[in-house]
Write a protein that binds this ligand. Structure first.
Ligand code: SF4
Ligand code: SF4
Ligand code: SF4
Length: 281
């Protein structure tokens, strides 16, 4: 696929040198997607970020990295979210096309198609898709790119809320803006636009003043990831669907057992609580 195919797709430019760590984006995402809050603690061992990881209830979060410069303690912030890859690995391995790349840019998920095989979770190099383990009929959840807003010509909720660090526009515009900032302030930035070619190019682009690996960005290939996933998976189509179906069935049986166990625990209590009423009649 040619790079030009993605030049007009909607994209984020996240300038981490301008991020204040206010986490307005996190809150806006929760509000727009009606996601519940999660228990947090001040220091989870990995850093100061809260919640400690992305989850089915947290589609984006700000990661903190503390470091020293000129003898001073400094903080760097990194907004973690789905990268809305140009050629998404999650979509390439999904046997029922529950994940797909929209013309507008966001990579979205159709729950009605999902069979629960969770190959998307294994394939994504950024660890983005999460599974609703706690639910009887679990789905995969992740950042939607605010597709419903983008379709109406609006910016995503997180980008709208951010006071400083997030710019939104076509991929070409965001790349040009990133290159302009690098040229204007070379001493301010690492000379790289993360996402320009990484993972075959993404619709979330980053600028940083720290090396990306120090911020926790995983090194990924420049080659579009579906080329790798299909290299491996095309040889095992039968196993692909069988394992997927098997995992779905296992998850369903496990949750059903848990539900039945809970119902059995509740049933004697209900019977006991009825006894006095019967006595009163
Ligand atoms: S970051 Fe992961 S979940 Fe998001 S589009 Fe890319 S492969 Fe899919
Ligand atoms: S694009 Fe929408 S769903 Fe994704 S992180 Fe931003 S607010 Fe959340
Ligand atoms: S809203 Fe903007 S400035 Fe605030 S934490 Fe998010 S990305 Fe950083």
């Amino acid at each position: 696929m040619s790079e030009n195919k993605f030049s007009q797709t909607s994209s984020f430019l996240i300038d981490m040198t301008k991020c204040t760590g206010c986490r307005g984006c996190q809150v806006a995402c929760k509000q727009w997607n009606e996601l519940r809050a999660e228990n947090t603690k001040f220091f989870d061992g990995e850093g100061y970020q809260n919640p400690p990881a992305m989850s089915e209830y947290t589609f984006t979060r700000i990661k903190f990295r503390d470091y020293q410069r000129h003898g001073q303690n400094e903080f760097a912030f990194y907004k973690e979210m789905c990268m809305h890859c140009n050629e998404p690995a999650c979509a390439s391995v999904c046997p029922v096309t529950a994940f797909y790349k929209t013309e507008e840019g966001p990579v979205v998920y159709r729950p009605e198609r999902c069979i629960g095989c969770r190959f998307c979770m294994i394939a994504c190099p950024f660890g983005v898709p999460k599974y609703e383990w706690s639910k009887g009929l679990p789905l995969v959840r992740k950042c939607t790119g605010c597709y419903s807003r983008v379709k109406e010509g609006l910016w995503p909720a997180c980008a709208t809320t951010c006071p400083t660090a997030i710019t939104y526009g076509t991929r070409d515009e965001m790349l040009a803006e990133a290159e302009r900032r690098l040229a204007r302030n070379p001493e301010r930035y690492i000379n790289k636009v993360y996402g320009k070619e990484d993972a075959g190019g993404t619709c979330v682009l980053y600028l940083s003043n720290l090396p990306f690996d120090e911020l926790g960005f995983k090194p990924v290939t420049f080659r579009p990831l579906p080329e790798y996933t299909w290299d491996a998976l095309r040889y095992v189509p039968g196993a692909f669907l069988t394992v997927g179906g098997g995992l779905s069935a296992l998850a369903w049986i496990t949750h059903r057992r848990e539900r039945l166990k809970k119902e059995q625990e509740v049933a004697p209590l209900e019977e006991t609580s009825k006894e006095p009423k019967e006595d009163q009649e």
